[in-house]
Design a protein around this ligand. Structure first.
Ligand SMILES: NC(=O)c1ccc[n+]([C@@H]2O[C@H](COP(=O)([O-])OP(=O)(O)OC[C@H]3O[C@@H](n4cnc5c(N)ncnc54)[C@H](O)[C@@H]3O)[C@@H](O)[C@H]2O)c1
Length: 303
């Protein structure tokens, strides 16, 4: 089990990234896959932008990544995906100060109740809407620097997701007292949005030199589920430490989608364990992905 599932396949690309610029969202957490992704890209010579919410954690990660990669081209830029204003000001600063963008890795994610600064459900707002706006604001730069890629970190959980446009439950804000199962359901919905966004984006990018991919990174021993009951956490900790991937193993499929040569014909597809995978029928729904795109544009003020 540990050999096949926990270790899993590794990204085999030997690509070097000197002269290329990469953004990784949420690369500041010591316990998440954003930082290990950023470290690998820095080791390959990329200019890496750590787009993180916390200045303190982002700057600490910056020093560590510089030290461990021997690459000084690592920059922290503040980004709160739960605020459309913050996403716009990040994109503005980035476009003002950075002449190119080759890879955008939309990695940040939350699995907890709450609402964003704009009043959206936290999981829908951060996991989907924030990244939707960010990608759209940076798309011209990606096109200008192509061949370039957008990598959306989704999850297997998207199989359990549903997009109910009638009650728009994907952006209903969850209040206190929301059950654990409801949190999981809305998390899964937001991860289905990640897939549908990638599916529609690939269609809109046809004929350009930008490709996009979504992925499941594996079950990772991170702190994504930090908000679940602390007694349950105590019980789960040793199990996840043994049965789940560590963050270095957990970033391999992200790296594969960002770097692997020859996967361009799979633009818009879903990857797991560094391999392209089939998705459920509801994820292949062209009408839903178009409708979600249009709703997202309206919510971001892009329409
Ligand atoms: N952990 C798993 O088993 C697992 C499984 C499948 C998919 N994923 C996905 O992998 C990605 C990374 O998760 P992880 O496991 O490394 O967890 P993590 O909690 O360590 O990382 C998530 C990061 O997102 C950041 N973040 C949260 N809200 C933000 C905001 N408003 N603005 C900017 N950044 C914000 C957090 O600070 C944190 O650094 C997520 O998209 C998650 O949904 C994780």
């Amino acid at each position: 089990y540990r050999e096949i599932v926990v270790k899993g396949k590794r990204c085999t690309s030997k690509a070097k990234l000197h002269g290329k610029t990469v953004i990784v969202t949420a690369a500041g957490s010591n316990t998440g896959i954003g930082k290990t992704t950023a470290l690998d890209l820095a080791k390959r010579g990329a200019r890496v932008i750590l787009a993180c919410r916390s200045k303190q954690r982002g700057e600490a990660a910056l020093e560590e990544i510089k030290r461990d990669s021997g690459n000084n081209q690592v920059v922290f830029m503040q980004l709160d995906l739960g605020s459309l204003k913050s996403v716009r000001s990040f994109a503005e600063n980035f476009l003002k100060s950075e002449p190119r963008l080759d890879i955008l890795i939309n990695n940040a994610g939350v699995q907890m109740q709450g609402r964003t600064a704009d009043g959206l459900g936290l999981m829908f707002g951060v996991n989907h809407i924030g990244h939707f706006l960010l990608t759209n604001l940076l798309l011209e730069q990606l096109k200008a620097c192509g061949p370039s890629r957008v990598v959306n970190v989704s999850s297997m959980a998207h199989y359990f997701g549903k997009i109910d446009f009638d009650c728009l439950n994907t952006h209903k804000a969850l209040g206190l007292g929301t059950s654990f199962m409801e949190v999981l359901q809305y998390y899964s919905d937001s991860k289905l949005c990640n897939y549908l966004f990638t599916h529609e984006l690939a269609k809109r990018l046809k004929g350009t030199n930008v490709t996009c991919y979504s992925l499941h990174p594996g079950a990772i021993n991170s702190e994504l589920a930090r908000n679940i009951n602390s007694t349950l956490q105590l019980f789960l900790k040793p199990l996840t430490a043994y049965f789940f991937k560590n963050t270095e193993q957990g970033c391999q499929t992200t790296l594969h989608c960002a770097l692997q040569e020859g996967i361009e014909p799979f633009s818009g597809r879903f990857f797991s364990n560094c391999t392209v995978k089939e998705v459920s029928d509801k994820a292949k729904d062209d009408a839903a992905s178009k409708k979600l795109w249009e709703l997202s544009e309206r919510l971001c003020g892009l329409a």
